[in-house]
Design a protein around this ligand. Structure first.
Ligand SMILES: C[S@@+](CC[C@H](N)C(=O)[O-])C[C@H]1O[C@@H](n2cnc3c(N)ncnc32)[C@H](O)[C@@H]1O
Length: 309
């Protein structure tokens, strides 16, 4: 078990979706992916820390065509819940779902040629990154994962992606921006202790937290890759809906619990902050900063040099 419940992933998914809705896929990125797929073959995507498949739901329709997804998570409950989480989305997308006799493989297809083969793999990425099969993948993606990992783990993943020649697309990494409207005199204090908690070891060594996207982008640029780093923020508005209100309350409680665990001496101050936020929730707004990183190798000319684009 990883500590991420299906309820939490379902609560956050509409905010993830809205945060990503404004980002069009860079045509150069798409071209780089398709260039590496042999004619008639499927685009192979590896999704690390897949949860119940939100990242597939977000990007598979945008990628289009034939795709083969290898969905990796260490939490067997989330992997088991994945078909159920895909079913209503597939129906809304007009996709037919079939279960293949081959263990744990699902096929989703639509008459316009969108064809997605889904294989679930249970693996502990913290101890077993070397065992995750990246060979043959054109894309390695991971949504809301990078802020949990350490710098050495991220660097090792980046080297594996470079060696495999796989492009990367890593959305929804927190970047330490948290803005409440209206604000509270103790927001900055509570945030500082919450953000220190986000840098604790989540199984991968000391976590990068809000610095993850910036480090990934810098390392990819060091490879000479084309890199895009873009914001994709959650906008939570307690005035808008019951779902927003539930998300706001989960955020207030989650931030307060983490900050208190980080600094027990502030228990009373944080509890008062939490009580004020909860009392205001119906007219409170929260922006949670996230950054996404996309990177891909440059096109090579026939002499093996990066071509001038
Ligand atoms: C914040 S959730 C994101 C889930 C999903 N990508 C999404 O966008 O909804 C982080 C995911 O990473 C997975 N995870 C955490 N530590 C892991 C590990 N050591 N090995 C494999 N997966 C892990 C969790 O189980 C969880 O599904």
């Amino acid at each position: 078990m990883s500590g991420f419940s299906t309820e939490w992933l379902a609560l956050r998914e509409p905010f993830d979706h809205a945060a990503r809705a404004g980002t069009a896929i860079d045509p150069g990125f798409l071209a780089a992916l398709k260039r590496r797929v042999a004619p008639g073959d499927a685009l192979t995507v590896v999704d690390l820390g897949c949860g119940t498949g939100a990242n597939l739901r977000e990007i598979a329709p945008r990628l289009g065509g034939r795709q083969r997804w290898r969905l990796v998570d260490n939490d067997e409950r989330l992997l088991a819940a994945l078909p159920q989480a895909l079913a209503p989305w597939a129906a809304a997308q007009g996709l037919q779902v079939q279960t293949q006799p081959r263990a744990a493989v699902l096929v989703l297809q639509r008459s316009d040629g969108l064809h997605i083969e889904v294989e679930r793999c249970q693996a502990d990425l913290a101890t077993g990154l070397d065992a995750v099969p990246l060979a043959g993948a054109q894309l390695v993606t991971a949504s809301a994962l990078l802020d949990l990992v350490s710098a050495p783990w991220l660097d090792a993943l980046l080297l594996r992606c470079r060696d495999a020649g796989a492009a990367v697309w890593w959305p929804l990494n927190v970047d330490d921006r948290l803005v409440w409207t209206p604000g509270d005199a103790d927001d900055a204090l509570v945030h500082a202790h919450f953000q220190a908690h986000q840098q604790r070891d989540k199984g991968f060594g000391p976590a990068l937290g809000g610095g993850a996207a910036m480090r990934a982008a810098a390392q990819l640029a060091g490879f000479g890759w084309k890199v895009i780093r873009a914001p994709g923020d959650w906008q939570i508005d307690g005035r808008r809906s019951a779902h927003d209100l539930a998300m706001l309350q989960a955020m207030v409680d989650g931030i307060a619990t983490a900050a208190t665990e980080q600094t027990p001496a502030l228990t009373e101050t944080i509890a008062q902050w939490q009580a004020r936020k909860r009392a205001q929730a119906g007219h409170l707004q929260l922006r949670v900063g996230h950054a996404e990183v996309m990177g891909w190798p440059p096109e090579r000319s026939q002499d093996g040099q990066p071509s001038a684009l």
